[in-house]
Design a protein around this ligand. Sequence first.
Ligand code: BDR
Ligand code: CA
Length: 310
Amino acid sequence: MPVPVIIDCDPGHDDVFALWLAAGNPAIDLLGVTTVGGNGRLEHTTHNARVALTVAGVGGVPVAAGADRPLRRELTPAAWIHGENALGGPVLPDPTVPLDERSAVELISDLLAEAAEPVTLIPTGPLTNVATLLEQRPAVREKIKEIIWMGGSTGRGNVRAYAEFNAWADPEAADLVVKAGLPFTMVGLNISHQALITEEVLRSIAAIGNETSAFGVDLLRFFCGAYDAVEGMPEAPLHDPITVALAIDRTVATVRRSRVDVETQGEFTSGATAVDLRGMLGREPNADIAITLDVPKFWQLVRDAVANLK
Ligand code: BDR
Ligand code: CA
């Protein structure tokens, strides 16, 4: 039986590949997609999610918009990496996938209530929607099988010295979610920087030869150019789809059971994820921390999914 999944995202180049991996892999039943302000403003991330599904020929998956800003902070979109519309590179077609009139919280609640079995929630952006869901609809908890989040880092950050973007954008939301007591996996920069978009990866995705792969290569070339300019990394890391890959096949990465806490106060460390990998604090572990990626298996999953799309 396919794993029922809801993706809460802020597309974003790598978010698009997370959506495609979920839509194109038969082991996943993509129940719905919700959007949040993050890489771009909400109108862009919502438009981009609909574009991503349209390009790939994915119909029948509801898309709903969520929070346009973090719980208690201003939104700072990551235009320096993703461009002004959060999806720089290709010309974006007008989406034919409609926008659901429900809010993200309403859609997720409805999908969870209707689901025959507990559902895997995959956030690939700031955790604003998920935190709001858990606060406003505590009864849905029992229908959440697990949360697999792209965010955080066991080491240094990418937007501040110790803060990864999704954690930094809404640390109060991240704090609330990691403390919620639900099964939680963190896919941080420490593992996502193993999923590098090499020339070989680009060539192999281009060789798939469908519309999705052509659009995807345009996305990846822009993304690699931005990473080169900003971080001196011409082989950019494709962060977000690792979450979906873990939902498909837990052996795609090793994980370490650990305590993670989110810094919400620090003058220089707000948004840092303090991951106590060595158990030095003696606190109860609350997360599986993804550590090592099976890189060939990961890219094979991505390619196979794209090949199954339009
Ligand atoms: C995360 O932030 C965004 O730029 C990406 O989409 C990813 O979710 C990486 O820090
Ligand atoms: Ca993202």
